[in-house]
Design a binder for this molecule. Structure first.
Ligand SMILES: *[C@@H]1O[C@H](CO)[C@@H](O)[C@H](O)[C@H]1NC(C)=O
Ligand SMILES: *[C@@H]1O[C@H](CO)[C@@H](O)[C@H](O)[C@H]1NC(C)=O
Ligand SMILES: *[C@@H]1O[C@H](CO)[C@@H](O)[C@H](O)[C@H]1NC(C)=O
Ligand SMILES: *[C@@H]1O[C@H](CO)[C@@H](O)[C@H](O)[C@H]1NC(C)=O
Ligand SMILES: *[C@@H]1O[C@H](CO)[C@@H](O)[C@H](O)[C@H]1NC(C)=O
Length: 289
């Protein structure tokens, strides 16, 4: 019983699978298209072999519901079906090459879009492209001074759909992040706000750049950099050791200058007095004669 019940099913699946695979092989299209909310997404199909195509049909499949979106044929031209007229436009129409654009995409436009090249007598050649819609806002970075010196609490938040990954980075190599903590909060509009907090420690010799990158799927990431000024900017005045070094440095240069001037004056004075002495000697020599 079970043998006869199961095997025809497998045979049917096998034949259908092989048939569909053979027919899709001659269509060139993108497997997935990624678009940000509000962007336009283009889907195009190219039938690589020349066939007698009567019509190109575009369908949308989402949540197992299949809808006809638009058709193109030589006799009827371009037709966009009700429910898609504000959403979909043809970009290029041809019976071998056809492309549509989905305007201002939202979450509702997600799904797979099929192009069917209806030929006679072979039937339909089908290509399929799935549209993934994402949302990603610019991350917000906050840097706070912690209790202990040489420690900063860095926190970065990013909102997106699906939940973004948030990565912190620092420009100076001897500074490290530790005590990572990540919290994800789901918002009412299906986005997530992910906040990563970490402690940045190490002594900073220069001003330091802290970066925060947010990523979603394989979409371009969004990154924000903030600069932490280096320690000396506001703190050096209150650092007694630094002040001491600076005071002694200026003291020693004053001492050096005074010493130089004194030495010069001394040398000049001695030279002067020596020459006047020799004058006197000459005069003295003159007098006795
Ligand atoms: C179809 O489109 C592709 C890429 O856009 C292009 O290279 C090709 O020449 C087009 N073919 C026809 C028949 O228009
Ligand atoms: C894009 O879609 C959103 C939501 O449907 C709408 O508020 C907005 O006005 C649309 N923008 C354009 C340029 O059509
Ligand atoms: C800061 O100091 C308070 C009280 O002294 C302490 O409870 C807290 O854990 C400290 N925070 C950090 C980040 O060291
Ligand atoms: C979704 O919600 C988040 C947080 O409330 C907001 O920043 C974002 O702009 C919203 N997205 C849309 C498309 O309305
Ligand atoms: C930071 O990490 C580097 C390399 O892992 C290590 O050599 C250095 O000691 C660390 N610095 C601090 C302040 O933990």
């Amino acid at each position: 019983m079970s043998f006869f019940g199961v095997s025809p099913y497998f045979v049917a699946v096998f034949i259908f699978g092989a048939f569909e695979k053979a027919l899709t092989a001659v269509i060139q299209t993108q497997q997935t298209v990624l678009a940000a909310v509000g962007e336009d997404a283009e889907v195009s199909c190219q039938l690589l072999e020349t066939k007698d195509v009567l019509q190109v049909t575009w369908q949308k499949i989402s949540n197992d519901v299949q809808e006809n979106v638009a058709t193109y044929s030589k006799y009827f031209g371009q037709r966009v079906n009700d429910g898609f007229t504000d959403k979909v436009e043809f970009v290029y129409t041809g019976l071998q090459n056809c492309s549509i654009v989905i305007r201002n995409v939202t979450e509702q436009d997600e799904g797979c879009y099929r192009c069917l090249f209806n030929t006679y007598p072979e039937g339909s050649f089908i290509g399929r492209t799935c549209l993934q819609v994402y949302e990603l806002h610019e991350p917000v970075v906050d840097v706070r001074e912690s209790n202990s010196t040489e420690e900063w609490v860095v926190s970065c938040s990013a909102t997106g759909r699906p939940a973004p990954t948030v990565t912190l980075s620092v420009s100076q190599q001897d500074l490290n992040f530790s005590q990572y903590n990540t919290v994800s909060v789901s918002n009412t509009n299906a986005t997530f706000t992910v906040t990563t907090t970490a402690v940045l420690s190490g002594s900073r010799k220069h001003s330091t750049q802290v970066g925060c990158a947010a990523r979603v799927l394989s979409a371009p990431h969004r990154e924000v950099m903030v600069t932490i000024p280096h320690d000396n900017d506001e703190k050096s005045g209150s650092d007694p050791r630094n002040l001491g070094i600076r005071i002694s440095a200026s003291l020693s240069s004053v001492v050096l200058l005074v010493a130089c001037v004194t030495a010069l004056i001394f040398v000049w004075y001695r030279k002067k007095s020596q020459s006047s002495q020799s004058h006197r000697q000459v005069e003295m020599n003159v007098i006795p004669t």
